[in-house]
Design a protein around this ligand. Sequence first.
Ligand code: CAO
Length: 554
Amino acid sequence: MALVEVQVPDIGDFDEVTVIELMVKVGDTVKAEQSLITVESDKASMEIPSSTAGVVKEMRVALGEKVKQGSIVLVVEAAGAAVAAPAVAAFAAPAVAAVAAAPAAPVAVAAQVVSGPVQVHVPDIGDFKDVVVIEVMVKPGDAIKVEQSLITVESDKAAMEIPSSHAGVLKELKIKLGDKVNIGDLLAILEGTVAAAAAPVAAAAAPVAAVAAAVASTLAAAPTPLAAAAVAAPAHAPGGNTVGLPHASPSVRKFARELGVPLEEVKGSGLKGRITEGDVHAFTKAVMSGAAQTKAQAAKAPAASGGDGAALGLIPWPNVDFAKFGPIERKEMGRIKKISGANLLRNAIMIPAVTNHDDADITDLEAFRVSTNKENEKSGVKVTMLAFLIKACVAALKKYPEFNSSLDGDALVYKNYWHIGFAADTPNGLMVPVIRDCDKKGVLQISQEMGELAKKAREGKLSPAEMSGATFTISSLGGIGGKYFTPIINAPEVAILGVCKSTMEPVWDGKQFVPRLMLPLSLTWDHRVIDGAAAARFNAFLGQILSDFRRVLL
Ligand code: CAO
């Protein structure tokens, strides 16, 4: 196999840029177009992709080193799939060229003095529409400088920071996280003695507009996600962050947000404390293994987490020498069991949980499921009872929204999304993968996703993101047996449905006993949020739906 030197492609008008992050190491297998390093000028950061797939044999750059077009980044033993050079150049060049043209804007800032309230609007952001506010970097009362980044917005292709066109004290923010904004939208009102940019909004906006426009045209020419990730913060210089935000590229911020990682708690190992994707991985691993806690977890940790119950004023755990009574073997519990054990203990202790049991008549539904599976035999997707239960639960959660809520202090947070977790029995212990947006998916799709997630769970390949965000959980022992049980709520959810094996039972229809397939349901609920009457209604409604699934449509 040939050794290939991967070079820094055409990076426009930039002469030299600094290597601020190494994303691969010797021995790594890289794909064509995979980001290898991040480089940064004083105006933008960008990821340099590989032109070739293969195994990294030698790194030719180090952190802090300056590189330019043609510098050799690393040597790859090529696997064959090289990217045509123009494609790489195509994405790097316009974005950087546009940024390179930008320094004119800050220079143009004049000492024009304006007093009184000043409105700051979204500048020209090129072809981008309805970009989402993913980060608000300032708060009322902050002293804002001209060109200081106020918010970060994101389309599905790029993230960019929007700078202030004026200086002054921030009186009012007119947007919030999650809002969609467009050119001209009012962002903020500043007050005080305000030094404005020479050409009020347009001048300050120029770098963003230029970058955005460049990205837009770049994406049209070479629609690679890496190209999008290459654009960053024109007004947010590394190390020069005045608002105390962690320093990380948009792609790393997005990654952290997807995992729910609080970036401000992650220690950056990159240049000037920059947070890398590896840092986010390491933080997530540490939290998942129990080696570290987020601040939110620490604040909510139960007094009894020490394990001996002393903090709860309980008598000590019995300390017995089992070997005195017969032969024993001691085995350390696996990582998953340790983590889930700690969570279950907290949830069992902290939640005043009650369980309601009921039965649902699934005779017709099971017949429908069996006939559907016969018809779909060739498709390879088997419709499961659990998939129907998920759809039925979504209908019940919509009718009784407090079951889809979470407690936050004295407030209830109602979630307008329906992500359902399901307990999966794996060789390593209990795991709860989450199927997102079950309200928008059909039973076939849910069955398929459930099969894939359960397989991943058993192979130990679930990502933290695939196990987070559930609003309600179902634990099914239907494939195994049993009648009823009392599942433990998966905090911060407020209810969980346990399901056991359905059996044929004689049911009185008013005149006679008829054989019906009955499914045992066990609904555990948090009595701080839900009361017994609501739980009984929830189960009854669920039973109605399961006995006549057409009700899901109502
Ligand atoms: N009543 C009767 N039979 C049922 C049933 C029910 N409620 N639910 C499933 N079955 C049947 C299925 O139809 C299937 O039969 P066939 O192979 O003849 O079609 C068989 O049981 C096996 O089903 P399954 O378990 O493979 O599939 P599932 O969709 O029911 O469950 C999953 C998937 C991942 C939830 C399951 O494999 C699992 O891990 N269950 C354990 C969950 C658990 O441990 N909960 C306890 C948590 S508290 O400690």
